[in-house]
Ligand binder design. Structure first.
Ligand code: GDP
Length: 446
């Protein structure tokens, strides 16, 4: 996943700061410089990064903070808020309403994933009960209509286009009219792209937009666009009223920081991200969970959703209670492992759990992590109830470790490794003691 490296660098910078005994101006500056470097390396626009740094310094005035304030948390919250501010332009994008005709026009450079994304967007809404239709107004690229037709047929979505007509405005208008008559409530118009921004592309887009009067213009951007993102997005915004952004190829290895810049340039939110070539590799984009994951804070809303999905109803209050008590026993770790194995795509779930993400499950090594978890669980099967329910690490003395190793037929060093993992997690989870589990999107409790 792109931006993973950025997330890692930012959370390391925050971690280094929290390791410092006293948080003074120098520690704060070092931390902010680290974060700045990480954002610039990820292709976030320079001006955005500089503004962010200035704002954080304004908010976190160390001299004004009375003793007893948790400076680390205040700084972390300020970083969180500023990143959210970059990604959240403050006004929600237009959302189509079922049963009422909406026209959505897609724009973007050739190769950005525009045509693929049109179908993904249509398919997503079709599953939600909309009646979408696709219009191919891309007369520039040979094969564009065939591609759209093929995708639309696969998803059983009505489509309109022409092999002979060369006027994109005409096709767009005809398509929209036809589907209005057929009572489609979401008419999606795919427009031409070019290899680079050029006057002809913008003029054509402007004409199609004027003729079809879309309720929403969606700008599709490839996540690998890099530092050029800001200027590119701004150029599109100046020609057509871009209302939202979709960032594609977030499954690749691009740095992805351009996405943040595009939001700032268009003052429009990212509403979806593309995470693969297939029709359903398409996800709603939500700013707060995204940023909290980026900062290694764990995605609470996703985590809560998963808990509700997987942990049996009657066990949910107990688990939440245990979390807020902060007493992390080996038994809780065992139960979490059980849940994690049940919860399916292990990578997704891990990245949502505070503390579980980086060390226990390095990206791209999910299979190994799964094996490791199973191995840990086998070792825990050889433990007594007293050991599983204790919160005292000293209980696990040498003779007990030898007994467990014998019981499960694994080397002593494996048992020790598992206990180290337990201690690491217990330390993280102990920070949750007394905290209210935040409601969806609310990070203030962390
Ligand atoms: P267009 O020229 O902007 O219409 O781009 P296309 O829709 O033809 O996409 C260009 C290429 O990008 C195709 O090979 C798509 O399969 C691929 N593509 C589109 N979206 C994604 C995505 O989210 N992830 C990945 N890995 N590939 C994508």
């Amino acid at each position: 996943m792109v931006l993973a490296q950025l997330g890692g660098s930012i959370s390391r910078a925050l971690q280094q700061m929290s390791n410092a005994t006293i948080i003074d101006e120098k520690v704060l500056n070092d931390c902010l410089n680290e974060i700045t470097r990480a954002l610039l390396q990820s292709d976030v626009q320079f001006k955005l990064v500089r503004d962010m740094q200035t704002n954080i310094k304004k908010i976190v005035n160390l001299d004004d903070l009375a003793a007893g304030h948790n400076k680390r948390k205040i700084i972390q919250q300020a970083v969180f808020n500023e990143l959210c501010k970059i990604l959240d332009p403050g006004k929600p994008a237009f959302t189509p309403k079922k049963g009422k005709t909406s026209v959505v026009m897609f724009v973007g450079l050739q190769g950005s994933g525009k045509t693929t994304t049109c179908t993904k967007y249509a398919y997503y809404h079709q599953k939600k009960g909309y009646k979408p239709a696709l219009v191919c107004a891309d007369t520039f690229r040979a094969g564009a209509f065939d591609q759209l037709k093929q995708n639309a047929t696969k998803a059983k979505i009505p489509f309109y286009g022409s092999y002979t007509e060369s006027d994109p405005v005409r096709i767009a208008v005809e398509g929209v009219e036809r589907f209005k008559k057929e009572n489609c409530d979401l008419i999606i118009v795919d427009t031409s792209g070019r290899h680079k921004q050029e006057a002809a592309l913008f003029e054509e887009m402007r004409q199609v937009s004027e003729a079809t009067k879309p309720d929403l213009v969606l700008f599709v951007m490839d996540s690998s666009i890099g530092q050029a993102a800001f200027d590119q997005a701004q150029a599109f915004k100046q020609s057509v009223p871009v209302g939202a952004v979709i960032v594609t190829k977030m499954d690749g290895h691009a740095k992805g920081g351009g996405a943040l810049s595009a939001v700032a340039a268009t003052k429009s939110p990212v509403i979806f991200i593309g995470t693969g070539e297939h029709m359903d590799e398409f996800e709603i984009f939500d700013v707060k969970p995204f940023v909290s994951r980026l900062l290694g804070m764990g995605d609470w809303s996703g985590f809560m959703d998963k808990i509700q999905e997987v942990v049996p109803m009657d066990q949910q209050p107990e688990l939440l209670q245990k979390l807020s008590e902060g007493n992390f026993t080996l038994r809780i770790m065992y139960e979490q492992f059980q849940n994690i194995l049940k919860m399916g795509p292990i990578g997704q779930v891990f990245s949502m759990l505070p503390g579980f993400s980086q060390e226990l499950m390095p990206k791209g090594r999910e299979k190994e992590s799964q094996t490791k978890i199973k191995r840990y669980m086998t070792m825990m099967d050889s433990m007594t109830n007293e050991e599983l329910d204790s919160t005292n690490p000293k209980l696990m003395n040498e003779s007990r470790i030898i007994r467990i190793a014998r019981g499960c037929g694994r080397p002593i060093r494996d048992v020790m490794e598992m206990l180290e993992e337990y201690k690491r997690l217990a330390k993280i989870w102990s920070k949750m003691k007394g905290l209210k589990i935040p409601k969806k999107g609310d990070m203030s409790a962390l």
